[in-house]
Design a protein. Structure first.
Length: 692
């Protein structure tokens, strides 16, 4: 049984009070009962940088954090120069005291390794560790992330400080987890990176002849005699095979980079401490599914830069992050109001900070941490949203955050050990996204937007969508939608075909099945290796500068940006929609086809359809798979998220709109916390409901 947060805080306070003074603690930590067993189900907290403030201030900060309802602080992520002021000289005394003070206030502690911010002594003495940009310019001290991701020396320094931290705090009862680095990261073009790139390619292809074959280098006399001739490039007019492999390379290097720190942390840490790295939304820098294999948990930083949330799109961000490990995740950072890094840093409206916290939880976050507690007196981010003002007292959004904390504590026992559920999965493929971005063919064919165009109507209707990698186990899903599975490997083809043969419904969107994973054209027409199963193929694709009419069983609407004509080959292929394009190539040609395969089905949609047509498509697909919403007939401004556990089900309702809406709850449903009164959810209102 989980105790309430308050009870827990009191208990921890007592435990902490019984501890010897901070400096004497190290040996005792190992033997002492840990707080892991009674960890609150939902972490709520903030990034706190005690190294920026006089110690005399810390107690005031911690008291205010308790007032905010926080039970978690994240420390040390940029504090390298405070922990290792000179090469090999470590000073953890201040951090010992900060952790002890936090623990005494009932806080769980997440420690960040500081490798996003190398100290000046390091880069001055070892300039080879500095990052070099694609134009050959070496970075300088004073910002962050100015290290080379491939530098062996940098890895050693980063691993050493991580190991020192893990030795010291790896058994600390209040330290619940580790965050490696911070928002990795820009690649580097230094000589070590170039050498690593060539080594990577050699390992991937085995020999230069194979690379030449897969990249088809007879084209433009690109033929390579050996790996040393291959340039390290990410942009410009290069072979699409090279450009896609650049992304495979950055994925491999960043994964190694994170693994190096994870390994030393795990060598010293209690296995109950998690290891994570906080990532950025839709970051295209590396394959996030692949990288997350080396950490225990996903975590990410959710910002609404313009202060105008699009709740469905932001829900997709969360679902993507959940999909990295197909498990609950932590929201490691989010804005208390505004950011400071876009042209107009508008603040979220009143109640929206609370709304965004609950949205994260609805999509599977077990933690909501704000960035940051208080703005530093100086530094690049003095304008960013924070919980305190420059005078160290609460800003207006503080009370809203505190209320959110109370509600999270009320709902935590219900939400403990629950996960978001969904019968529909969407496949997101980094390879496909990159390959399309490398050769968009239509400037507006943004693969993320294309993904969202299908996610949106599915999420609104199904009230739950999982986002998974193309090689995920699809067994649990009745419907699988792949908006643009442009790059398709043979292994993925086999899994998808097995899914269909096993009774699932696979839906492919435009540009699917065109390339292999070296970004080369499949010798079959689209959908390439899945064309046989579909019993149809794409005859031709067209970039559109004006919409084209589409008619059929989904109703009448339009395709824009992209249209493919589909030619049925097998007799049992059913045409679902056709183009109307008098005098044009598309006229009368199939725009969408479907085919029954045993108990399953495969569907191909060749055009980027408009939103109202996609709404009908989504309804048909969900009805066909017998997928029902959690709560039928709710207004489209209401977000419904279901989390379910062994013997309990919780629904989180959020009214993202500016008008109140009535909600009909099923029999036996009871509100646990929130604003639902008389069956009405006010504008920006939230309610957590227990379903029987
Ligand atoms: C130019 C070049 C060709 C080819 C075409 C494509 O004409 O000479 O090699 O690139 O453009 O339109
Ligand atoms: C990122 C970083 C933080 C901070 C915030 C500001 O998420 O991880 O250190 O810079 O942005 O929005």
């Amino acid at each position: 049984m989980r105790r309430s947060l308050t009870a827990l805080a009191i208990a921890l306070g007592l435990v902490a009070a019984a501890m010897p003074p901070a400096q004497a603690q190290t040996p005792g930590w190992h033997a002492r009962a840990t707080q892991f067993a009674n960890r609150p189900a939902l972490a709520f907290g903030v990034a706190w940088y005690p190294e920026q403030w006089p110690e005399a201030r810390w107690q005031t900060d911690l008291q205010l954090m308790q007032r905010a309802g926080f039970n978690t602080v994240r420390l040390a992520e940029f504090a390298w120069s405070a922990m290792e002021p000179e090469e090999g000289r470590f000073d953890f005394s201040w951090l010992d005291r900060a952790i002890a003070a936090a623990a005494q206030s009932g806080m769980m502690v997440v420690l960040g390794t500081p490798s996003a911010a190398p100290p000046a002594w390091l880069t001055q003495k070892y300039p080879d560790t500095l990052r070099v940009d694609e134009d050959g310019k070496r970075a300088a001290h004073g910002g962050r992330r100015h290290f080379s991701f491939a530098s062996a020396r940098y890895r050693q320094f980063a691993a050493r400080i991580a190991a020192e931290m893990a030795k010291r705090y790896g058994k600390h009862p209040s330290v619940v987890g580790w965050q490696i680095d911070n928002e990795i990261g820009p690649p580097s073009w230094d000589p070590e990176s170039v050498a690593a790139w060539r080594g990577f390619l050699e390992k991937r292809y085995g020999n230069i002849a194979e690379l030449n074959r897969r990249w088809a280098t007879q084209y433009w006399s690109q033929h390579y005699n050996n790996f040393d001739q291959i340039p390290l490039r990410a942009t410009g007019q290069h072979n699409p095979g090279l450009l896609l492999d650049f992304k495979h390379f950055t994925t491999a290097i960043w994964t190694d980079y994170v693994r190096a720190q994870a390994t030393v942390i795990r060598a010293h840490a209690d296995p109950r401490q998690f290891v994570t790295t906080n990532t950025m939304f839709w970051n295209a820098g590396f394959d996030h599914f692949a990288l997350h294999r080396v950490v225990d948990m996903a975590s990410w930083d959710n910002y609404i830069p313009n202060g105008r949330p699009d709740w469905v799109a932001n829900g997709a961000n969360h679902d993507l992050v959940r999909g990295y490990k197909q498990r609950n995740f932590w929201l490691m950072e989010t804005q208390p109001g505004r950011v400071d890094w876009v042209p107009v840093n508008r603040a979220l409206d009143p109640e929206q900070v609370r709304e965004m916290a609950w949205q994260a939880v609805g999509h599977g976050a077990d933690a909501v941490l704000y960035w940051q507690w208080r703005p530093a007196r100086n530094g690049q981010e003095t304008y960013h949203g924070a919980l305190l003002g420059s005078d160290g007292t609460p800003v207006p959004v503080f009370d809203e955050v505190a209320r959110t904390g109370k509600e999270l504590a009320q709902a935590a026992p219900l939400l403990a050990d629950t996960q978001p559920v969904a019968d529909v999965a969407m496949l997101f493929s980094y390879d496909s996204r990159w390959a399309i971005d490398i050769q968009r063919h239509h400037k507006d064919f943004d693969p993320v937007q294309q993904f969202l165009s299908l996610y949106r109507p599915l999420r609104i209707r199904a009230q739950g969508v999982h986002v998974v990698a193309p090689d995920a186990d699809l067994g649990g899903y009745r419907l699988v939608v792949a908006p643009s599975l442009h790059v398709l490997t043979e292994a993925q083809t086999d899994r998808l075909a097995a899914y269909v043969r096993g009774g699932g419904h696979l839906v492919l969107g435009p540009r699917s099945g065109m390339k292999d994973d070296a970004n080369a054209l499949w010798p079959e027409r689209q959908p390439g290796p899945l064309a046989d199963l579909l019993g149809a193929e794409v005859e031709q694709y067209y970039a559109l500068d004006a919409p084209v009419e589409v008619q059929g069983s989904y109703g009448t609407g339009r395709a824009s940006i992209w249209a493919e004509t589909i030619r049925p080959v097998a007799k049992d292929v059913e045409v679902l929609a056709r183009y109307t394009d008098p005098g044009g190539w598309l006229d009368g040609k199939a725009a969408a086809v479907t085919r029954r395969v045993g108990e399953g089905r495969i569907t191909y949609i060749g055009g980027w359809l408009d939103d109202s047509l996609l709404a009908t498509v989504a309804t048909r697909l969900l009805d066909g798979a017998d997928i029902r919403p959690v709560l039928p007939d709710v207004h489209p401004d209401i977000e419904v998220s279901l989390r379910s556990g062994a013997s309990k089900r919780a629904v989180i309702l959020i009214n993202h709109g500016a008008e109140p809406h009535s909600i009909a709850l099923p029999a036996g449903a009871s509100p646990v916390t929130g604003d639902l009164t008389g069956g009405t959810l006010p504008a920006h209102g939230v309610a957590v409901i227990e379903l029987r």
